[in-house]
Design a protein around this ligand. Structure first.
Ligand code: FAD
Length: 427
């Protein structure tokens, strides 16, 4: 049986379509509003899958899931919510590799972006004839972008360390890896995007066209629109890249670890870890991760207080701890992403796996690290941020908060999108 909530929506949509409201909206060719309710899935397995993520920490149950077969479907759903007397929340879910429910929509609708893949008819990843850029669907995985572009001898320059993440998902955060110090994060490597705003407008944006939306969406935590296409710059792909990486680096030779692999194998290196963890039953477990950006001037204090202090004392660290440097000048301050206010900063990622019954110890450690940083005035910023109160978000964004909020009012005034980030929605 269809729950009463959707019966109500269905009746409202009928009324709206009878009143011809959909025709006036956003002058785009959208399917009639009642069609979109027909497409909402209430299937228990779809609901279950939309209620969880890689973190296995948060569970938020949506009322329905949309498995879109076109961009118009997504726009239509947003349009429907936007014009409802009580708008409902909508979250795009890419590959669900968030760890704190960021791609969930409690009592709202989750858009399962991956279902777009089978409807793209080969247009999900398209390489320009001159090999200078690729147009990729927001739902595409980076591993697929890699494989498709390599066929043309080209590839994007900026990657994540792990490639089974969607383009829309990483562009909503940053997209960082060991190469970011040189090429910048993925959000610094985008020419243009198509974004469906919280007002259901389908907008093409770039640094020169609708630039406010362009910069808002990059690192925008899904708050301003759903990214359906991104134009990514490409370069000739190196077959092997070791010499290129070492060029210009100053290092002590004894500290160099060398392994000779193909370029694609190098980029996809984390998958080996995934397969191993899966075989040991350590993949689908809670992941109380903490990712921080630390200003260079404070890294020694962080080392003393956290690595030599908290981490050593608690002695519970499991999983990899990633540390690598970043250059502020490779980030554009107009983007929504938040980084420390220093030229060089370090990423430190505690990528913990825990059991289902000992997660609290990791949460406590994370809290203690954050408290230490706050009290010591270290000026850290969280990457893939997670906060539970508005004050914390305001503090996180700092001088960018006013702009972030203004952009929300401009592009998603009814606070429909990505409620799982808990910035403007506190359910
Ligand atoms: P989801 O978790 O599905 O969504 C994340 C957020 O983006 C949500 O708020 C969602 O609503 C929004 N969103 C999703 N799709 C869209 C869209 N098309 N348009 C607008 N908003 C959208 N990050 C790095 O930077 N570098 C790494 O090397 C890296 N490695 C990782 C390895 C693992 C194993 C995991 C679990 C995560 C890793 N991450 C890394 C973090 C990852 O980039 C983010 O969690 C990212 O959001 C995951 O992409 P996703 O497609 O799973 O997004």
């Amino acid at each position: 049986p269809i729950p009463s909530y959707f019966t109500a929506i269905f009746i409202i949509s009928r009324l709206m379509s009878i009143m011809g409201i959909s025709k006036h909206l956003n002058n785009k060719l959208l399917p009639p509003l009642d069609n979109i309710t027909d497409k909402l899935s209430l299937d228990p397995s779809a609901i279950e899958s939309a209620s969880q993520d890689f973190g296995h920490i948060v569970k938020s149950i949506p009322k329905a899931v949309l498995q879109p077969s076109s961009i118009a479907d997504i726009a239509s759903l947003i349009n429907f919510s936007y014009n409802s007397s009580i708008p409902f929340t909508i979250a795009a879910k890419g590959h669900g590799h968030s760890v704190r429910g960021q791609a969930m929509a409690n009592d709202g609708v989750v858009v399962d972006m991956t279902s777009m893949k089978k409807h793209r008819n080969g247009t999900g990843i398209w390489v320009s004839n001159d090999g200078v850029y690729a147009d990729v669907g927001g739902e595409q995985l980076w591993i697929d972008v890699l494989n498709a572009t390599l066929k043309h001898g080209v590839a994007p320059v900026s990657w994540t360390d792990y490639l089974y993440l969607t383009v829309g998902g990483t562009l909503s955060n940053g997209g960082i890896s060991g190469q970011s110090f040189r090429y910048g994060p993925q959000i610094s490597n985008v020419y243009e995007m198509d974004v469906i705003t919280g007002k259901a407008e389908i907008v093409t944006c770039s640094p020169n066209k609708n630039s406010e939306l362009f910069y808002a969406a990059l690192g925008g935590l899904g708050q301003f629109g759903i990214i359906t296409r991104a134009r990514i710059p490409l370069e000739p792909a190196p077959k092997r890249e070791l010499e290129q990486l070492l060029k210009g680096l100053s290092y002590m030779p004894g500290f160099m670890f060398e392994k000779d692999v193909l370029y694609a194998e190098f980029l996809n290196r984390v998958q080996r870890g995934e397969l191993k963890a899966r075989s040991q039953g350590l993949w689908d477990v809670p992941h109380p991760w903490l990712n921080l950006f630390i200003p260079k001037s404070q890294i020694q204090r962080f080392n003393d207080g956290v690595f030599k202090g908290i981490v050593l004392e608690r002695n519970i660290t499991t999983g990899p701890v990633l540390v690598y440097p970043m250059n502020r000048k490779k980030w554009d301050d107009r983007m929504s992403a938040v980084i420390p206010d220093e030229e060089i900063f370090y990423t430190v990622g505690f990528l913990h796996s825990s059991g289902f019954d000992d997660r609290e110890a990791f949460d406590d450690q994370n809290k203690e690290i954050l408290k230490f940083c706050e009290e010591a005035g270290i000026g850290v910023k969280q990457y893939l941020p997670h906060f539970t109160s508005k004050d914390e978000w305001v503090h996180h964004f700092g001088s960018k908060w006013e702009t972030f909020q203004q952009r929300k009012f401009q592009f998603d005034p009814k606070m429909i999108l990505s409620p799982g980030q808990r910035i403007f929605n506190n359910n």
